[in-house]
Design a binder for this molecule. Structure first.
Ligand code: AKB
Length: 316
């Protein structure tokens, strides 16, 4: 990777990936794009307004910068996609096919994330295998399974070097997530710091996979830099670091804020989505094919999240 274009660069992953890529590959070699204007550090390097559903615009910007890699992140997350299923289809599938077409026409390397949302109620719930039943019952899940298959198709049919992972819920103190089912696992740290209390919209005992953002960013770069000859599962590697329910975050937070209180006010839409996802997925194929390894468990992540969120709130 020498010149990289990132779509959705102001989203939860993009906001941090942009900085990390610029540090690693040089500021001028990473072009951020999003549907809105960049602010702050995102403007330190090249940035363009791009609506991924506009194929021509995407093509024009990719051509202008002579890129060799696309990281396509622009998407609507699971809970929002349930509220606006047609919009989700248009953005998640329309944007993806446009980005894949650019990669095909310009002979680019391609990364796009799938998600634990690509699994459904009939998928084995514990230690979910890499290759298994995928019959999701959400629009986001339908988009993610179709996206995995489409990226495989572009590799087999056109030789596009497509790669991807199934991300769990991502936890970070930099950019807030928006419209996801796992967002509670970020909110809980802000509310613990501000109020020593949190009402979880996900019910007690609902385990989902999670990961701290630095592990997610390392995974993207490691996968993209790995030897293609070793990649059997190109487009949808299971990766996870933590399997946790709200009460597991409560326990981890109470080690630092002993009087933190967790209560529940369950949102049926997001709870139904969470119920359809695995409790824990098996990342061993990613470890075997390209050396995936997460550095943060829930305790290490919690210590850092509480410190960073506190620093952030003091500055505001
Ligand atoms: C969401 O909750 O929609 C995302 C995801 C797991 O893909 N964080």
């Amino acid at each position: 990777m020498k010149k990289i274009l990132v779509t959705g660069a102001l989203g939860q992953i993009g906001s941090e990936l942009l900085g990390k890529l610029r540090e690693t590959y040089g500021t001028d070699n990473v072009i951020g794009t999003d549907i809105r204007e960049a602010e702050g550090s995102h403007n330190d390097g090249p940035f363009e307004i791009v609506d991924v559903t506009n194929a021509e615009q995407l093509h024009e910007v990719a051509n202008k910068y002579n890129i060799d890699t696309v990281m396509h992140l622009a998407a609507l997350l699971s809970a929002k996609a349930e509220v606006y299923p047609k919009v989700a289809w248009d953005i998640n599938m329309g944007g993806l096919v446009n980005a894949l077409e650019v990669a095909r026409e310009l002979d680019l390397k391609f990364f796009t994330p799938s998600s634990i949302g690509a699994f459904g109620p009939s998928t084995p719930k514990d230690n979910t295998p890499q290759d298994t039943l995928q019959r999701p019952n959400t629009m986001y899940g339908v988009n993610k399974v179709a996206g995995e298959l489409l990226a495989d198709y572009y590799y087999h049919r056109f030789g596009v070097d497509t790669r991807g992972v199934r991300f769990p819920g991502l936890i970070s103190y930099v950019a807030p997530p928006g419209g996801g089912t796992t967002d509670y696992a970020v909110e809980i740290y802000y509310e613990a710091t501000k109020k020593k209390a949190y009402h979880s919209y996900i019910g007690e005992g609902t385990k989902m996979d999670m990961m701290y953002m630095p592990d997610a960013l390392n995974a993207i770069i490691q996968l993209m830099e790995s030897d293609p000859a070793k990649l059997e599962h190109r487009n949808a590697f299971n990766i996870s670091a933590i399997s946790a329910a709200p009460e597991d975050f409560e326990t981890a937070i109470q080690k630092h804020i002993p009087d933190f209180k967790l209560s529940y006010d369950v949102d049926p839409v997001r709870q139904n989505i969470a119920n359809s996802w695995p409790n824990s997925i098996d990342s061993s194929v990613a470890s075997k094919e390209w050396g995936f390894k997460a550095d943060y468990d829930i305790d290490r992540m919690t210590k850092e999240m509480l410190e960073k969120v506190e620093q952030k709130l003091v500055k505001q």
